[in-house]
Design a protein around this ligand. Sequence first.
Ligand SMILES: O=C(O)C(=O)C[C@@H](O)[C@H](O)[C@H](O)COP(=O)(O)O
Length: 376
Amino acid sequence: MDATAAEGTVRVEVDLAGRSYDILIGDGLIASCGSEIARRMPSVRCAIVTDSNVAAAHLATLVESLERAGIESATITLDPGEKTKSFAALEAVVDGVLGARLERGDLVIALGGGVIGDLAGFAAGIVRRGMGFVQVPTSLLAQVDSSVGGKTGINTARGKNLVGLFHQPRLVVADTAALDTLPPREFRAGYAEVVKYGLIDRPDFFAWLEKDWRAVFTGGPARQRAIAESCRAKAEIVARDELETGERALLNLGHTFGHALEAATGYDGARLVHGEGVAVGMALAHRFSVRLNQCSADDAARVEAHLGEVGLPVRMADIPGSLPGAEQLLSYIAQDKKVLRGALTFILTRGIGRSYIARDVPASEVLSFIQENLPE
Ligand SMILES: O=C(O)C(=O)C[C@@H](O)[C@H](O)[C@H](O)COP(=O)(O)O
């Protein structure tokens, strides 16, 4: 008998009519993944896409769980790190899925963090014009953000996530026990995305995080509450605007600057990982909002203080190594997917939990702001 989802598992639904799916959040869920999949999608076969670090920790548990549920699986193991979100790795995944002779009705399972989820989801979206896809996120960042909502893709030298598609998973299984062994830096980076939901439109959640963040880092009910609240926040926005024609862009708070900084550091995880880029980006978005007289300096300082307190970088000067000049950073920003008829779009804020979409932000303002904030 397969293990059943442990008591205390939280279920959050992403409501997309005929394509709705569950996010299951709980302790030890990788061991019950097989039965959760078999119950929803009988008679599938699957390819598990993972990286070598995650494979060492969780692959055997997943494969055994699938076997107990009568699900055959092949495995494609890639190098860890952001550089794996590439055309070369995409080709390897596509080849592995086709080599396993999976059909359109079969499944790609992403076992890993945001890189694996985005890449495997993209492959699932294009192989045989769209295969089924299940996310088994093992990092905090993937559990609270990237596994939910169907954004998939890879990076190019010209910018982050510039090639990809929307392809929703059929199920998300977030095993919170997987976070117990996460390196502290990786956990912190994921926490930046948790803070993001408070800053978008949940000021009470942000205030709770300011007070109780240590409990979230320790584990247990506070951590599960933070993950569930983040998933609920994201699921609500995605259900209203799946393809980012409007309000979904709010989920990009911190990402306009953050993605530019990731590209500028060559996706070198030793210098900057995605969640750290988002942390710097959120602090910059608040500071930029102050400069544009939209947000009080006190609120911007509060955001910076909280992110700094947990150990996240908040200034470009906190990023090790040198950065390119302001013009180069602006040219990465100009590749952002929110650009509309050449005009820059930013997620700005009128205060904690009062983010908004600002279209037509003058490039000259952005350039001066970057110049003022670049380290000497
Ligand atoms: O789901 C979304 O929508 C987001 O913007 C969430 C982001 O945190 C996530 O990093 C996303 O992949 C970024 O999307 P992009 O469109 O800016 O590449």
